[in-house]
Design a protein around this ligand. Structure first.
Ligand code: FDA
Length: 393
């Protein structure tokens, strides 16, 4: 039987960071993970370069049933703290866009940073360890595992969400929460591409590979980023972002011309080039390959613009700026970057991440009902929540 002050279950971003913090305070810490390798999502993230934080991270970039919950941790361990640590480790990085910071070289640098911090703090990391059961004792917790029994005073659950089961995701954290009587909010895939209804897919699949700048809106939230047509549906940053706000049955409102006045564009064409076809007019602002399919999809008449009636012009302009499309669904956890929902924040202290009614039991990272936007925010939540628990476990 092994005795530790702190056991962290989950060797991902939040778990490793928390373990390093606790170890640095002199606590004996062991991290247990069922996977063969630690930090697999970190290695996959940001196209292999890990978008490890965002310069503009703030509470407004997170979804949660209680939007105030994340404020404490985010303000006590900020993006600038993590950026400082990255610099201390000599990792070169750059801003790609919108404050998103990526490693110049490889996401491996971030995993190495975490492993070095754990090593410096005397943390033991054990992989390929299945947790069979968790029980509360008078002085802490007993874990039954495939590698024997463990006892600890503080137990930190950092097993993440349900996205990408291939990378080791399981509902373990939610089950532990329920075992100890904590409420778990319903979960759903987020930061995920949309799939389309057959009637839309049949035409739009032809546009696969084309990306355009859009403003995508749903449920009073909008994102101005790129949208990518795929052979399954709609993807790209704008679609991933808005997917977090979308619920089954909702329509998306997409402005495909966010920098232009569509009505003015058509009016100018009617004055300057009245004999030009509608397609010729639209070719000026959209990729050529897109225009023909888009005209067919919307059943517009591809005639000289002078032949279009006023109401036709108005309808075209309106659709270009406010295209209503009802996705069939999303690609689900298979390709989602994150999971919305999870351990209800009402059950946790926002200062320490400990369960209010279960002494010594902590939840950090994505398992908690705090979900960031695309752009480095989810890792920042992992660092901030891991840090907060790491100060007290
Ligand atoms: P995380 O999922 O990282 O770690 C959980 C750990 O628990 C894993 O090691 C897992 O093996 C382990 N575990 C699970 N069940 C277990 C069990 N039953 N027993 C033992 N161990 C168990 N975010 C961002 O900010 N910038 C980015 O660039 C990206 N990019 C990105 C790409 C892809 C492809 C994905 C899937 C996700 C991202 N994200 C991201 C999101 C980000 O990866 C995610 O929010 C964090 O990794 C969450 O950190 P956690 O430590 O909470 O969970």
């Amino acid at each position: 039987m092994k005795q530790r002050d702190v056991i962290v279950i989950g060797a991902g971003a939040a778990g490793l960071f928390c373990a390093a913090q606790a170890g640095a305070r002199g606590r004996s810490v062991e991290v247990l993970d069922h996977a063969k390798k630690v930090g697999r999502k970190i290695l996959m993230s940001g196209g292999g370069r890990c978008n490890f934080t965002n310069m503009y991270a703030g509470p407004e970039n997170f979804l949660s049933q209680n939007p105030h919950f994340c404020k404490s941790a985010l303000s006590r361990y900020t993006q600038w703290d993590f950026i400082g640590l990255v610099a201390e480790h000599g990792i070169a990085y750059h801003e790609k866009t919108l404050g998103q910071l990526f490693c110049d070289d490889s996401a491996k640098d971030i995993v190495e940073l975490l492993l070095k911090e754990c090593d410096k703090a005397g943390v033991t990391i054990t992989t390929r360890c299945d947790i069979v059961s968790v029980e509360k004792t008078e002085s802490g917790y007993t874990l039954n595992t495939s590698l024997g029994e463990y006892q600890c005073e503080s137990l930190v659950i950092a097993t993440g969400g349900l996205s990408m089961p291939k990378l080791g995701a399981t509902p373990f954290g939610y089950k532990v929460a329920e075992q100890f009587g904590l409420n778990v909010l319903p979960t759903r895939a987020a930061l995920v591409p949309f799939t389309l209804q057959d009637k839309d897919k049949d035409v739009l699949a032809e546009l696969s590979g084309i990306a355009i700048d859009v403003n995508a809106q749903c449920n009073d939230t909008s994102f101005r980023e790129a949208m990518l047509f795929t052979h399954r549906g709609l993807s790209g940053p704008a679609m991933l972002q808005i997917s977090s706000y979308w619920e089954a049955g909702d329509a998306l409102s997409i402005n495909t011309l966010p920098t232009e006045d569509a009505q003015a564009l058509i009016n100018t064409a009617r004055t300057d080039t009245p004999d030009a076809l509608l397609a010729t007019c639209l070719n000026k602002v959209f990729p050529k390959r897109m225009v023909q399919s888009f005209i067919e999809y919307h059943q517009w008449r591809n005639v000289p613009v002078k032949q279009l009636s006023h109401s036709e012009c108005e309808a075209i302009a309106n659709t270009l700026e406010n295209w209503q499309i009802k996705p069939n669904g999303t690609e689900g956890y298979r390709t989602a970057e994150v999971t919305i929902g999870g351990v209800n924040t009402n059950e946790l202290s926002s200062k320490t991440m400990m369960a209010k009614n279960v002494e010594g039991l902590y939840f950090i990272g994505e398992v908690v009902d705090v979900t960031g936007w695309l752009g480095g925010f989810n890792f920042q939540w992992a660092w901030s929540s891991g840090w907060a628990a790491g100060q007290v476990v």
